[in-house]
Ligand binder design. Sequence first.
Ligand code: EPZ
Length: 417
Amino acid sequence: MDKFVIEGGGRLSGETEIQSAKNAVLPLLAASVLTDERVEIHKCPRIADVMNMVGILGELGCKTHFEGDTMCIDSADAANHEIPAALAKELRSSVFMLGSVVSRFGRARIAYPGGCDIGLRPIDLHLGGLRRLGVDVAEDGGYIDCSCGRLRGAEVLLDFPSVGATENIILASAKAEGTTVIRNAAKEPEIVDLQNFINRMGGKISGAGTAVIVVEGVKKLHGAAYTPIADRIEAGTFLIACAMCGGEIALKHADPVNIASLLHKLREISCKIWSKNDKIYIESKRRLSPKIVETSPYPGFPTDLQAQMTALACVCEGATVIVENLFETRFKHVPELIRMGADITVRGRSALVRGVPRLHGADVFASDLRGGAALTLAAISAEGLSSVTDLSYIDRGYSSFEYKLRALGARIRRVRV
Ligand code: EPZ
């Protein structure tokens, strides 16, 4: 197990490059099973979630290898429709392998997916969507068994704009007979990326980024090469780091449109933010409370930046109410922030954060990916020495996190425990 040892204090300055989006790359990897020709995903981040998904592709019989930072996948010999429990438990996004595997083989078997412990994370919308497309779905003993003769296009209305369910239905319907219309679809930029990638493979999808996505089934999809969008959550994490520590940084390959809701909040806090070419610049001198931060589906404030924003609110002047509307238990970073001197009261899905001038160092423990990132930001801005233990969560979603922070001036190093 690894931990960060951090000596807090000091402003941030310099420039860092944003990786490709974890939550775009994962569905693209799932889509690679839809063709028996070679697929190339450029600038593929070597993070644990991606490597686990690549492991799942290998279990299906796909041949995968890196050529530089390009992940190459050849699914010609893929023949296994069963995703091993050990890998499915590791990775929540294993569930949207269902759509592409059942499309490829007519069958799919997967253990109930794992992922971060941030809530119940049911998959009823995934399974309901697949059933609408003609898939027989049996759930027994912690496994899900899917089978179907020919996938048929259908109207699918999602009770909630679930990102994963939207992606699963796109993957399952891309080669179905007829047209599928997904209503109340999730609008995240990562779904637009999936649409663009499948269309480059010869698919006929439109409407991604809006609440109505139309998928015209095609007979065959061919190989393609693609560069995913930048990781808006990584970009937001670094912007919040600068807001907490003070200073001025620039982010390369970050798209301000995809994090407009965060930029709005940071400007409320009195950060100066501008963008030029494909860079976002932030200058932070003072931190006024943003008063309220409510997470909601895109284009609302992203739940994946809630923990980092809660850490920032701890050192803002005044009180902030944080409301987490997406997941039931996504405040596990709060007790750890309190150990660093934060003043936070949680009631259900709301947290009242009363700002303090500065946090102090402490030995804290991460229990999920974005909570771990939030604790790291708190530690680099705090007074004194901290440690952040169990980096396995952070390593799921951030490549070279400590190297990038150190290059911006943070005093942080990784230690084997
Ligand atoms: C994706 O998870 C992301 N993961 C999450 O990022 C992100 O937090 C989430 O979308 C919301 O933006 C990936 O893309 C790999 P959802 P997903 O289905 O698809 C309920 C990170 O840190 N729901 O949009 O699992 C669910 O309970 C991760 O990078 C159902 O009720 O999220 C939740 O309340 C964490 N039934 C809400 O929808 C279902 O069948 C949002 O979940 C599915 C979801």
